[in-house]
Design a binder for this molecule. Structure first.
Ligand code: DC
Length: 228
């Protein structure tokens, strides 16, 4: 039970990766890293500086600015998880808006952005005892992870989950808009040239369309216990 392992969780957007990753990290006393938050923070930086907008993306200037983007996770004991800081500012709320969601896949396509973030992610995982979620964790960041999970659920189910979350936060948005965003991101995430979303070798696929959070957690915890 004591041997620390690396758990890589990949999958489509809104499949509940972060919920599962947080549950596992809490139960095992592991560090949880949400790599989507890192791509979102770089996207927010690009938006704040006018490098990306509807029908406009100044990729070259974003690439030239990468050395000036400092990303950090700081654990918030009240929330029980780490929040994202962009250049020393807490951006946890801003990075979850639909505006950021609309641009993030474009930013995540840029190889120079990916190289910078992957390097930082590898550093964070060098001592193991880590649960990391994203799109390329089992394929690129930790291809040797002891446990790889690939999560799926139908686009309708995922859009409904995201819609409920955004509504609860007070976002004024339609279900159709959320579904469109989910489908567009699925397309870009699976078709990009650099590190497209694919199921990693040896990854265990979990379709959670009809699983409760508890059922899903129990299933994965049993897998962890079988290999530790
Ligand atoms: O998990 P999320 O929805 O917060 O991720 C936001 C976007 O970032 C997603 O559309 C794809 C991209 N991403 C990525 O390309 N690679 C990762 N490891 C994590 C996220």
């Amino acid at each position: 039970m004591d041997k620390k392992i690396t758990i890589a969780i990949d999958g489509f957007s809104s499949t509940g990766k972060s919920t599962l990753a947080k549950q596992l990290a809490n139960a095992l006393g592991y560090v949880y890293v949400d790599t989507g938050a890192m791509y979102r923070a770089v996207t927010l930086f690009a938006m704040q500086n006018g490098y990306i907008a509807a029908d406009f993306f100044d990729k070259e200037t974003l690439i030239a600015s990468l050395p000036f983007i400092h990303l950090q996770f700081k654990f918030n004991p009240d929330l029980g998880f780490a929040e994202m800081y962009l250049n020393e500012t807490n951006v946890e709320k801003e990075i979850r808006t639909i505006a950021v969601s609309n641009f993030v896949s474009k930013v995540a396509e840029v190889s120079e952005v990916r190289a910078k973030l992957v390097e930082q992610q590898k550093q964070m995982g060098k001592d193991k005892g880590l649960v990391m979620d994203g799109r390329d964790i089992g394929t690129v960041v930790f291809p040797d992870a002891e446990l790889k999970i690939f999560m799926t659920a139908s686009a309708q189910t995922r859009a409904q989950r995201r819609y409920d979350e955004l509504k609860e936060k007070g976002d004024d948005i339609s279900f159709e808009e959320v579904l469109k965003n989910v489908e567009e991101r699925d397309y870009i995430d699976t078709h990009r040239v650099d590190s497209p979303l694919v199921k990693a070798d040896h990854a265990i696929e979990i379709d959670n369309s009809h699983l409760t959070r508890e059922e899903q957690f129990d299933k994965v915890l049993a897998l962890v216990n079988s290999i530790q």
